[in-house]
Design a protein around this ligand. Structure first.
Ligand SMILES: [Zn+2]
Ligand SMILES: [Zn+2]
Length: 255
């Protein structure tokens, strides 16, 4: 369950046709990486970008696999930035953890789960998710195999009490096969809503407008949505908010 102060109701944002409602945007970036892992920009540059755009909230969600050597440095830096910019920008120190098939379920460690303010649980490569199992790492799953395997992992994330936000849902399927079946998305959305989990609308790994339009008519109280750029460069911070709520950012296209 998300902390009360970071719960955003999807139905507060869109009309029944998936169009963003004016004046309802939360000026938020829900998924930014840093140069601690595979991002290219220092965290401070992401903060400066968020301030330049007039965002209210910046969520860092660094990859935090088990034994990640950057763990302490990452937490130390983001917590220091959070204190430094308090009152000007709400910075949240989150992590992104990869779903694993089988026991454990999440490729991260208890120390990171303890220290993170929130956890984005994501599927990153279906066969890698079988690490330690007997799957052939070079196997190329068919469309149906991909859908079944990703759906299974996404449902496990939705039910995992350690996870708050489901990262780029069906992003693996989308990269190879395009839009997933609408019913699979709606089923996941319903499960996420029941579990109090937010669902990312991720502009890097998904067709965000299609996803938003599909979910908007079915949106109701309890379905939470999370604008996520999955920014790996500071200049990508805020992309999701701009794409979903262009009217809210009339002066930032030149940034
Ligand atoms: Zn990811
Ligand atoms: Zn990410």
């Amino acid at each position: 369950m998300l902390p009360a102060h970071v719960r955003f109701l999807f139905s507060d944002y869109f009309d029944g046709c998936g169009r963003a409602l004016p004046g309802r945007a939360v000026r938020m970036e829900g998924h930014a990486h840093t140069d601690h892992a595979d991002g290219y920009s220092p965290a401070r540059a992401c903060v400066e970008r968020a301030l330049a755009m007039g965002l209210d909230i910046l969520v860092f969600a660094e990859h935090m696999r088990r034994g990640a050597p950057w763990r302490d440095a990452y937490f130390y830096e983001i917590e220091a930035l959070k204190a430094e910019f308090a009152g000007r920008l709400r910075i949240m120190c989150g992590i992104e953890a990869t779903a694993l098939a089988g026991q454990g379920g999440l490729d991260t460690d208890p120390q990171s789960l303890e220290r993170a303010e929130l956890v984005v649980g994501s599927v990153h490569g279906l066969w890698a998710a079988g690490q330690g199992g007997d799957r052939d790492p070079f196997h190329r799953p068919s469309e149906q195999e991909t859908l079944c395997a990703e759906t299974e992992l996404l449902h496990a994330l939705a039910c995992d009490p350690r996870v708050h936000v489901i990262g780029h849902p069906f992003g693996t399927y989308f990269e190879r096969f395009g839009h997933p079946p609408a019913q699979a998305v709606l089923d996941l959305a319903q499960l996420a809503a029941r579990q109090g989990k937010a669902l990312e609308i991720n502009v890097r790994h998904m067709d965000a407008p299609w996803f938003a339009s599909l979910l908007a008519p079915a949106a109701g109280a309890g379905l939470l949505f999370w604008p996520a750029s999955d920014a790996h460069l500071a200049r990508h911070v805020g992309r999701a908010a701009m794409a979903l709520f262009p009217a809210e950012f009339p002066d930032t296209h030149s940034l």
